[in-house]
Design a binder for this molecule. Structure first.
Ligand SMILES: *[C@@H]1O[C@H](CO)[C@@H](O)[C@H](O)[C@H]1NC(C)=O
Ligand SMILES: *[C@@H]1O[C@H](CO)[C@@H](O)[C@H](O)[C@H]1NC(C)=O
Ligand SMILES: *[C@@H]1O[C@H](CO)[C@@H](O)[C@H](O)[C@H]1NC(C)=O
Ligand SMILES: *[C@@H]1O[C@H](CO)[C@@H](O)[C@H](O)[C@H]1NC(C)=O
Ligand SMILES: *[C@@H]1O[C@H](CO)[C@@H](O)[C@H](O)[C@H]1NC(C)=O
Ligand SMILES: *[C@@H]1O[C@H](CO)[C@@H](O)[C@H](O)[C@H]1NC(C)=O
Ligand SMILES: *[C@@H]1O[C@H](CO)[C@@H](O)[C@H](O)[C@H]1NC(C)=O
Ligand SMILES: *[C@@H]1O[C@H](CO)[C@@H](O)[C@H](O)[C@H]1NC(C)=O
Ligand SMILES: *[C@@H]1O[C@H](CO)[C@@H](O)[C@H](O)[C@H]1NC(C)=O
Length: 538
């Protein structure tokens, strides 16, 4: 056995011992920060079978079936299984208490999965297959009402399930008891369906590993306020005059990509409309996160954050949103779908520029530009590092760029300035590329793909999002020779030849090999055309 194989085996042994632990605790999660990269979270539309959605609308006690508008791609769904069904309560016209609607959504959950990766429905099916997942995982589909009688115009859902999130919008007499994670709301109109709703207020539904790190809340709807008085804790001790929002800072927060896609963007789309007049109630206490995004949090809420979990006193509001609104599509990240949001990604980016005082809204064309175009080389110091940053910088300079080399660890406000001052951002696939949100319009992103078969990830995480941000996108897939794995294992080793075979050894193994223990050494001659192309695009 060669030394190389021994190394591989060592990693393997370590990985298996980790796989043995069924659930990562929060501590373990932090310890494994290096590993918590987007691979465990990204998505592609391969999954099957798809869930069924049944919908009924009861109007004045009469039942009428409504048509469900299904996206084309989901139409050929397999409807064999329907376990775990939950109900949504839909409020009708605020003043009209005679009608109500019930939506039943069927989710699929069946046998126990063997590996945690099998629980992550956001992974592509061909990838899951290599883990021998015994059950079909699936995504919970959102429900859409298409009402020929135009009733939907007067209906406002109280609780809504979308593919990646659940949220309740409660108004009236709403009381929150943090210690028991309970929200009580007095509902003054008639409704049918289950009045108790359990939810985890984090916008990555479907990813069980993430959701396991999110506190579960109970929303209870009571028909009248008197019933609220029955529960001891419901006596209002803290009365608030502004609306509140409950959301979690657990899940995959502390990874920059997830900070944005799971929290910052949904927080923006949910909270912006309050224009600062909203009280944030944070579950899964995380002062680190609040500090990291302090400028942004301050911009969205004029009030000091309340960590609600330990609160034994009942807080009362006249309006509460539990959970964050996230776009409808399951398989998209870092995106706002303007067709179902008041906001667009452009609004979000201009909000960021405002928040962090960024000057450049768009790149300046070469005719007007007085300086050389500027390229930011994103360095990483621990994993997926460039081994020849100096050479890359030299080549870029020769081509005509001014070069900035920086690692995204200088604080959000500071790094946002750096990114916004550049015309091109170059980096190996990783959370650092999320900083593209700060680039000016028409800037160029160059994503470097390490070996391991990251095309699907590259596309979902950064290529498609870049389109929504008015950025130009280039990709450079390294050749095996440019990977440090070749030096370590040799050209013919399974690790280099066949990543899917490595995947069979388990998810942790795969991550460890390709995401943690791989660096890249760019072949300048092979790479130069990408730099030239970037310059041409400006
Ligand atoms: C699946 O749906 C079709 C059409 O709605 C129905 O005819 C069929 O019986 C369903 N199959 C099962 C197993 O429920
Ligand atoms: C409630 O809705 C019905 C049917 O749309 C309508 O006739 C009635 O006037 C409404 N009542 C109130 C109080 O708005
Ligand atoms: C995966 O899901 C199954 C059943 O849904 C559960 O028993 C198991 O603990 C989950 N595994 C992890 C790692 O979350
Ligand atoms: C996957 O499962 C099948 C049948 O259960 C088994 O024959 C095969 O050896 C398994 N493959 C791996 C890599 O565990
Ligand atoms: C998974 O779904 C496919 C088709 O959708 C089906 O052929 C297969 O039998 C299912 N596997 C399991 C384990 O349910
Ligand atoms: C309503 O929800 C509660 C709590 O989840 C559950 O125990 C109960 O069975 C549900 N009732 C109905 C009718 O679904
Ligand atoms: C309220 O609290 C008191 C004392 O802790 C207890 O005796 C009583 O049963 C509680 N009532 C309700 C409705 O929970
Ligand atoms: C909060 O408001 C309720 C209803 O208006 C009132 O009964 C209660 O005394 C108030 N509590 C405090 C602490 O002011
Ligand atoms: C990758 O590069 C970093 C920074 O130079 C270094 O600390 C790490 O050991 C390297 N990893 C591998 C697998 O070469």
């Amino acid at each position: 056995m060669t030394e190389k194989d021994l190394l591989f085996d060592t990693i393997l042994a370590r990985s298996f011992s980790r796989t043995g632990k069924k659930r990562l605790g929060y501590g373990a999660f932090i310890a494994s920060l290096l590993f918590v990269f987007t691979l465990c979270t990204v998505s592609k539309p391969y999954l099957s079978p798809l869930p069924i959605v049944e919908m009924q609308l009861s109007v004045d006690a009469g039942l009428r079936m409504l048509k469900i508008t299904e996206p084309q791609a989901l139409r050929s769904s397999n409807n064999e299984t329907s376990a775990d069904s939950e109900k949504l309560i839909i409020q009708t016209n605020q003043d009209n208490v005679t009608s109500s609607a019930v939506i039943t959504q069927s989710l699929i959950s069946s046998e126990d999965h063997k590996l945690s990766v099998c629980n992550d429905t956001s992974l592509p099916k061909n990838f899951l297959d290599s883990f021998n997942c015994t059950t079909n995982t699936t995504i919970p589909k959102e429900e859409v009402i298409s009402d020929e009688n135009k009733l939907e115009k007067t209906m406002k859902p109280i609780c809504t399930k979308l593919a990646r999130t659940e949220f309740c919008e409660l108004s009236g007499d709403v009381r929150i008891h943090g210690k028991s994670a309970t929200v009580l709301a007095a509902i003054t109109f008639a409704f049918s369906g289950n009045s108790t709703w359990h939810m985890r207020p984090y916008a990555r539904k479907g990813d069980l590993v993430a959701m396991n790190r999110v506190r579960k809340w109970t929303v209870k709807l009571e028909q009248n306020a008197d019933q609220l008085e029955n529960a001891n804790f419901s006596r209002c001790v803290r009365n608030h005059s502004v609306p509140a929002m409950i959301f979690s800072l657990g899940g995959y927060t502390m990874n920059n990509f997830h900070d944005f896609t799971d929290v910052v963007i949904p927080l923006y789309t949910t909270a912006r409309r309050f224009n600062g007049e909203v009280q944030f109630l944070v579950t899964n206490r995380n002062p680190w996160w609040i500090n990291k995004f302090k400028e942004l949090v301050k911009k969205l809420s004029n009030y000091e954050v309340i960590y609600i979990d330990e609160e034994d006193e009942t807080h009362c509001f006249s309006s509460v949103t539990v959970g964050l609104i996230r776009h409808r599509e399951y398989f998209t990240e870092l995106t706002i779908d303007p067709s179902n949001s008041e906001y667009s990604m452009s609004d979000f980016r201009s909000f960021l520029r405002d928040t962090y005082s960024l000057r450049n809204a768009a790149v300046i064309t070469s005719q007007i530009r007085r300086r050389r175009p500027r390229i930011l080389i994103l360095s990483r110091s621990r994993s997926r590092a460039f081994e020849n940053t100096g050479e890359i910088a030299r080549a870029a300079r020769q081509i005509g760029f001014e070069v900035v080399v920086a690692e995204a660890n200088t604080g959000v406000a500071n790094f946002a300035q750096t990114v916004n001052s550049c015309d091109v951002m170059l980096g190996v696939h990783g959370a650092g590329l999320t900083n593209m949100v700060f680039l000016p319009d028409n800037a160029v992103v160059i994503q470097i793909l390490p070996i391991g078969g990251f095309e699907w990830l590259a596309k979902t995480d950064f290529e498609r999002p870049s389109e929504g941000m008015n950025l130009r996108y280039l990709e450079y897939k390294i050749a095996a020779e440019e990977s440090s794995l070749v030096k370590k294992y040799g050209r013919d080793h399974e690790v280099v030849r066949d990543p899917s075979a490595v995947a069979k050894h388990g998810w942790d193994m795969f991550k460890s090999v390709y995401l943690v223990h791989q660096n890249v050494s760019i072949d300048i001659n092979r790479f130069k055309p990408a730099l030239v192309k970037a310059l041409e695009l400006l």
